[in-house]
Design a protein around this ligand. Structure first.
Ligand SMILES: O=C(O)CCC(=O)C(=O)O
Ligand SMILES: [Fe+2]
Length: 343
């Protein structure tokens, strides 16, 4: 397996605090107060005690990130030794997990004559700029997978959460899903599609991923703030469980002027069994669910070729920090590629 790294910005930038709905950068107290003092006051963080509490929270998150590789390894080992899956078959990809229409799409993309236009034509209407939806799994697989997630959630196993934005959900690498399920899905089935749709975002060289399940319930997280992903290409598959609302909305690419209100965003209603594919830097968020539960499998796909040139989180040449485990998809290979900016 390749050695992957994280960018050092992981320890100082993009630290999300839901109470203030802000992604913070934190180097030291002085920089922090200078950068955020005004906005924090406006948001009610107006006493020393509140500021100190916020800084403590941010510093704890930074410490969590520093030990993430080790903690993940520890949790994975314990899970492997002690956890009994309810649906062991879902850990290894079988073709009968996949929707027939998805298999036909993949076959089309593998044809030598397939082009971006021919696949776009097959996919039908765009949800937003270069955002497409298509069936991925069968309803049976989705239900079995949700049952496995619930079984794990109800177990007394240690749990790492997907990221600071998703407080509920499951990191699939810790459960042992990478090798048998997500990697073959990415390499054998998604790669032909992403190669045609996003060659300018490393769609033909996606060589790692971070996969997790996000969960929304009435007494837990309801929605997700506007953000971009730590990914070149993201596949977001709705697994279902009878929910109302909870649509995704898309603005513009990171760095462009963003819409002023929701009316200017493109909205997408999740369809269980369907995946939505988009560029990781295409800003998006999720509206609150009004009823039921929503389970989505998110695959943040990464291309070391692309991100080795420019970290998608800090937009600078990555400063590589070795880590135990999968890292964030950066490598030390020296290959110069010409990364075109996407429109
Ligand atoms: O809730 C969703 O469907 C979107 C999740 C998402 O965008 C993410 O986890 O990066
Ligand atoms: Fe996202």
């Amino acid at each position: 397996m390749k050695q992957f790294y994280v960018c050092s910005c992981f320890f100082t930038r993009n630290i999300f605090v839901s109470k203030y709905d802000i992604h913070f950068n934190f180097h030291n107290r002085q920089q922090f107060l200078k950068e955020y003092g005004t906005i924090l006051k406006q948001k009610g963080c107006d006493t020393d005690a509140k500021v100190n509490q916020l800084i403590t929270e941010i510093q704890e998150e930074i410490e969590r990130r520093k030990s993430l590789g080790q903690q993940t390894l520890k949790r994975s080992e314990e899970i492997q030794q002690k956890y009994t899956p309810l649906k062991p078959h879902v850990y290894n990809l079988q073709e009968n997990f996949l929707a027939p229409a998805f298999l036909r799409l993949v076959e089309h993309c593998k044809l030598p004559e397939a082009t971006k236009d021919s696949v776009v034509q097959k996919l039908g209407m765009e949800t937003a700029d270069r955002v497409y939806s298509f069936p991925v799994f069968t309803p049976q697989f989705c239900e079995d997978f949700i049952e496995e997630m619930i079984n794990f959630e109800n177990s007394d196993m240690p749990k790492g959460r997907p990221n600071t934005m998703n407080k509920y959900g499951t990191l699939l690498n810790e459960l042992g899903f990478d090798e048998g399920l997500i990697t073959p899905l990415r390499e054998d089935y998604l790669r032909p599609i992403t190669s045609l749709l996003y060659p300018d975002w490393g769609g033909d060289s996606l060589d790692s991923h971070k996969a997790f399940v996000v969960t929304y319930k009435l007494d837990q997280d309801l929605s997700l703030s506007y953000h971009y992903d730590n990914a070149e290409v993201t596949l977001n598959i709705s697994l279902g469980r009878d929910f109302d609302e909870g649509s995704l909305f898309f603005g513009k690419m990171k760095g462009s002027p963003q819409p002023h209100d929701m009316g200017q965003c493109a909205e997408y209603k999740h369809k269980p069994t369907h995946g939505l594919i988009h560029r990781g830097q295409h800003m998006h968020g999720a509206l609150p669910i009004q009823d039921g539960e929503r389970y989505n499998l998110i695959i943040w796909m990464r291309s070391s070729k692309v991100r080795n040139q420019k970290c998608p989180m800090c937009d600078e040449k990555p400063h590589l920090v070795p880590t135990v485990g999968g890292g964030d998809g950066f490598t030390k290979e020296k290959k110069n590629v010409n990364v075109c900016a996407a429109s």
